[in-house]
Design a protein around this ligand. Structure first.
Ligand code: UDX
Length: 485
């Protein structure tokens, strides 16, 4: 079928896809993986153009087969990801004209390139729908987080109407019977000084996704079947679950930070399944006191550890209340006693600023992942059969952590903040191998999910079929006749 499909479409002529990622690490990775995935399967019939902004711009030299077109973002040079809502709202406002101009002047006017079949944009970059409409181009949405989380975003009007939102401190532990097994505290909120701005961003994202020509998910049927079914009812455009992208596409790192590969040599010196890998992704932040609690919990657990302390992970406030970004050199703000307890000098642990996470999770020495439950990290852990300890920080992480601990039951969740005693207990429950039935059962379940992930991307598997359907769909889209001058 797949080979025949290529022949049929080849006869109809190549198509060009215009991809627009959201400039955050957790969104850039899946968008570039999707591009690589489409290219690796359909390079004869699809050409890929990535339009991106200057802020956090992807490394084009790693993708010689794609065309990269930068557009202006109107951001100040000091822009950071600390206030994600402000950043995303600004981008949705600033990028509409530059994106439209780029499409007109640099893409649609080109006579020698294949016709544009559609735009594929990150769901959170919702402005791309009106740009696509104005140029009569179909837009397919890539939602980089889980389908389950999107079901909840789509339910925000209902959750507001029923009084769950805005979240009240007194109701955090209450269940949300409309969305089992979620508790009120799991509703994917982000701390912001601009609550209405957050609600507007989410509702625009959902509405413009409803207006789109299709949805792509980095997930697979047997992991999130119920949520995918519910999305198919609520979102009439075709849905394509073609994850896990990173297993389906050749591995090319789209890391914005330099990966410290020395930790792989350190892992080579450790016993099988003995190391807990600790990383909170690219945006989550903690304060100095929380860092010390983490260090104490890790120290007391006695387990070997690989800990990512990236620039910006630890923030504190100066006297005027302004946030200051702490230096990443752990030695500067961990008490000497704690450092000694961690036994870094004896090689019990390894600390890096950024790790080659996919290779780390696949390493035989890694036996557990203490994660902030970002969707990429969650999927990556499942795909390597690694059980998790979840400490969710904000947004969709809350939902993923609940699903990991209570639906898929492939991890534990730290629900009471970062306290060293609890951390120590959970690390031991997750990692100790002798007489630990709880861990054995968890590993059985996560290995089962790993196997399903491997099957779904093979020929005939659900994600493979979805990819074929997506390609047929792309070729069925009406091509706009006029080339723009
Ligand atoms: C953000 C949101 O915070 C997250 O909730 C959402 O699901 C996606 O967007 P982020 O916090 O960075 O993402 O987390 P995650 O989704 O886990 O993505 C992090 C990516 O960085 C992963 O692909 C991971 O492999 C990579 N990574 C992380 C590294 O390559 N090295 C590291 O040291 C840490």
């Amino acid at each position: 079928m797949y080979e025949q499909q290529q022949e049929w479409h080849q006869r109809r002529g190549r198509r060009r896809l215009v991809l627009f990622p959201c400039p955050l690490q957790g969104h850039i990775n899946p968008m570039l993986q999707l591009a690589t995935l489409l290219h690796s399967h359909y390079q004869r019939i699809l050409s890929i153009t990535i339009v991106h902004i200057h802020f956090n711009s992807p490394n084009s030299s790693k993708y010689p087969d794609f065309t990269f077109l930068p557009i202006s973002d109107g951001l100040s040079p000091s822009q950071s990801t600390k206030d994600v809502i402000a950043l995303l709202s600004l981008l949705n406002h600033n990028c509409a004209n530059p994106f439209r101009e780029c499409l007109i002047n640099e893409i649609l006017s080109q006579q020698n390139e294949p016709p544009v079949a559609c735009i594929i944009s990150d769901a959170i970059m919702h402005f791309t729908q009106s740009v696509a409409d104005s140029l009569q181009l179909p837009r397919i949405v890539l939602r980089t987080s889980s389908p389950t989380n999107f079901v909840i975003f789509a339910a925000f009007p209902l959750l507001r109407q029923r009084g769950y939102l805005p979240i009240k401190e007194s109701e955090l532990e209450a269940p949300v019977p409309e969305l089992p097994p979620l508790k009120v505290k799991d509703i994917p909120m982000i701390k912001t000084g601009n609550l209405e701005g957050l609600f507007t961003l989410i509702s625009e994202m959902v509405n413009q996704t409803k207006a789109s020509a299709g949805l792509i998910w980095n997930s697979f049927e047997s992991l999130e079947q119920t949520s995918l079914e519910s999305l198919r009812h609520e979102f009439p455009a075709p849905n394509f679950a073609i994850g896990p992208f990173h297993k389906f596409a050749p591995a090319i790192s789209s890391s914005l930070l330099t990966q410290d590969r020395s930790c792989l040599s350190w892992l080579n010196t450790q016993a099988p399944s003995s190391v807990i890998y600790i990383s909170f992704g690219s945006i989550a932040a903690i304060d100095e006191a929380q860092l010390v609690e983490m260090a104490l919990g890790i120290a007391h657990s006695g387990q070997p550890f690989l800990w990512v302390i990236r620039p910006g992970l630890v923030v504190d406030h100066d006297k005027s209340g302004q946030e200051i970004n702490k230096d990443v050199d752990l030695t500067k703000f961990l008490p000497q006693k704690v450092k000694e307890m961690m036994k870094l000098h004896s090689g019990r642990g390894c600390i890096v600023k950024w790790a080659p996470q996919l290779e780390v999770l696949a390493h035989p020495a890694v036996g557990g992942f203490w994660t902030h439950s970002g969707w990429n990290s969650t999927l990556e852990s499942i795909c390597e059969g690694v059980p998790m300890l979840c400490w969710a920080c904000f947004g969709d992480q809350m939902v993923s952590a609940r699903y990991v601990s209570e639906v898929w039951r492939v991890g534990f969740q730290l629900e009471n903040g970062l306290q060293h005693g609890e951390i120590e207990t959970y690390i031991k429950r997750l990692m100790v191998q002798e007489n630990n039935r709880e861990r054995e059962e968890m590993i059985e379940r996560v290995k089962d999910l790993q196997e399903r992930a491997e099957l779904c991307i093979k020929k005939g598997g659900s994600s493979f079929k979805s990819l074929e359907n997506l390609t047929d769909y792309i070729f069925s889209l009406k091509i706009r006749k006029a080339r723009l001058a």
